[in-house]
Design a protein around this ligand. Sequence first.
Ligand code: SF4
Ligand code: FES
Length: 242
Amino acid sequence: MSDKTITFTIDEVEVKARPGQTIMEAADEAAIYIPRLCSLKGLSPFGACRVCTVLVNGRPQSSCTQPAAPGIVVENASERLHDIRQDIVEMLFVEGNHFCMFCEKSGNCELQAMGYRLGMMEPKYPRLWPRRELDASHPDIFIDRDRCILCARCIRASREQDGKHILGFLGRGPHKRVTPDSSDGLVQTDAAVADAAVAACPVGSLMRKRVGFGIPIGQRKYDHRPIGSDIESGAEVPDERK
Ligand code: SF4
Ligand code: FES
């Protein structure tokens, strides 16, 4: 670190950051895990899910977008923030249609893993059971909007890593949905199965076809270790796609 190094604290632990780093990036390098869903290493920050909310000098901020600053006091691992994050994750579950036992992403799903990590049981909010359209028009991939959490990881990965524009958002509020850049469906875009956009989906929404149970239940990413444990062990900040 240089003389421009920023020093601040997270839960009373001193953390160093380089100028321009977000609170989350600095926390990752210090082996402190801040829960997140819409943030993914290598993509621009988006600030959609708010699961990464921390208190900065007592005020809520999304740590994936908030730059680190000298002397700030960040609260991350408190009971209050745990409860806020659990509420957000419960809301994500009830506003979609998530049937983990039938989903190919089960065990590799970041939403499911976050629910486990936060100790979520049955959500306290009423389920909305929305009716959402499936796009299975493409020969190799599909969008199951029932499981979409509107994180925009696919949209950002398509633009920033694949150099394409295959997806975007349409509509507002409860009608907002991820949609292909063609009114004729995913098949009329240049989406390909190897796109970073497909790998970027944290849930079972944008998925490859014909891969059912390629990895048996019990041998999947989060079957044996909680989400965030790579960061807490001090390993290199993980790319959740791997
Ligand atoms: S399809 Fe997946 S990656 Fe895209 S917005 Fe929905 S949940 Fe996020
Ligand atoms: S991870 Fe920061 S808002 Fe989603």
